[in-house]
Design a protein around this ligand. Structure first.
Ligand SMILES: NC(=O)c1ccc[n+]([C@@H]2O[C@H](COP(=O)([O-])OP(=O)(O)OC[C@H]3O[C@@H](n4cnc5c(N)ncnc54)[C@H](OP(=O)(O)O)[C@@H]3O)[C@@H](O)[C@H]2O)c1
Length: 279
């Protein structure tokens, strides 16, 4: 049990919808830590001053969500290579009045898949085959970087706005190819991993129209959208008996490094935590 009270939270605008307080409060209780994790609503025009207030009010750190992930880069005293490469900060640690920024989306994405593969005892690994990434937004950036680091031999990216996919191709031009969005069904051929990183299929957004029938029987399908828990893409993959990894796990795993930095304990993702967050 830690004696000092550790103040943490998540900054963003709007912020009331954030699931992060549920995750961190669960871990604070589970491990018996003396601390708090709040939602902190900060408007763009107040970012610099409000962040300074957090420092002056003794916060140990905070998560960063929309719309501050890029602007936060300029407010940190130091940014690690991961956040620099991804171009966005989602976790800040405060030490001796200084702000240290990192990005944990890549970690969350990889750990979610590894955790599920291990739990299900699947014969599958990142190095074994090609990946198809749908989308080229902020999340795709972190995911493509992570896939290259994990040794995926080749990646195909497809995105409605082709130029954004071509921008991400620069992460590893020798391993990444870009195909037209209209070619996404054919792009499922020969891949061992299909990841949806677009906002399509999320509650309130248009559906993700894709036919994955050409994917091999050994493929793993992951949707980072987690509302609904089982998206149409995951339902399609389940119906074909493919390996299915839900998006909620990425949300839970990406929170772990921040908790560890602030409280000194790497927390575990449990079934109970998933149920609490989905309630
Ligand atoms: N599970 C998790 O922990 C986790 C983490 C991060 C994000 N997410 C989810 O991932 C999704 C993307 O997040 P993000 O931060 O990367 O968002 P983003 O930067 O806004 O990117 C959105 C992506 O969706 C595509 N898209 C949006 N509307 C489309 C449409 N009508 N037709 C085709 N493509 C469309 C965009 O294509 P264009 O480039 O053509 O606009 C872009 O590739 C969100 O649903 C978010 O909630 C989940």
């Amino acid at each position: 049990m830690s004696n000092s009270f550790i103040k943490t939270g998540v900054i963003g605008h709007p912020i009331a919808h954030s699931k992060s307080p549920l995750i961190h409060s669960y871990w604070l209780d589970l491990y018996g830590f003396n601390g708090s994790y709040e939602t902190i609503d900060i408007k763009t025009e107040n970012l610099k001053q409000d962040v300074l207030n957090l420092v002056n009010n003794g916060y140990s750190g905070f998560n960063v969500t929309v719309p501050h992930k890029i602007a936060m880069m300029d407010l940190c005293d130091e940014i690690d290579d991961l956040a620099k490469t991804i171009g966005a900060v989602n976790t800040v640690t405060i030490k001796d009045g200084k702000l240290y920024g990192t990005n944990t989306d890549a970690f969350g994405f990889i750990q979610n898949i590894k955790d599920t593969v291990q739990r299900e005892n699947w014969d599958w690994s990142f190095e074994k085959g090609k990946a198809l990434v749908l989308g080229s937004g902020g999340a795709a950036n972190a995911i493509i970087y992570a896939l290259i680091k994990e040794g995926v031999p080749a990646i195909t990216i497809t995105n409605r706005t082709r130029e954004k996919a071509e921008e991400l191709q620069k992460i590893a031009p020798d391993k990444i190819s870009v195909v037209e969005w209209s070619e996404r069904n054919n792009a499922c051929k020969d891949v061992q991993l299909i990841v949806n990183t677009t906002a399509l299929g999320m509650s309130g957004k248009p559906p993700l129209e894709i036919d994955i029938s050409q994917a091999p029987n050994t493929a793993l399908v992951n949707d980072i959208v987690y509302a609904p828990l089982y998206t149409d893409l995951l339902k399609q993959a389940k119906a074909r008996n493919l390996k299915v990894v839900k998006g909620i796990g990425m949300l839970l795993h990406q929170a772990r490094p921040g908790f560890e930095k602030w409280n000194g304990k790497m927390p575990e993702v449990t079934k109970e935590l998933e149920e609490i967050v989905l309630k």
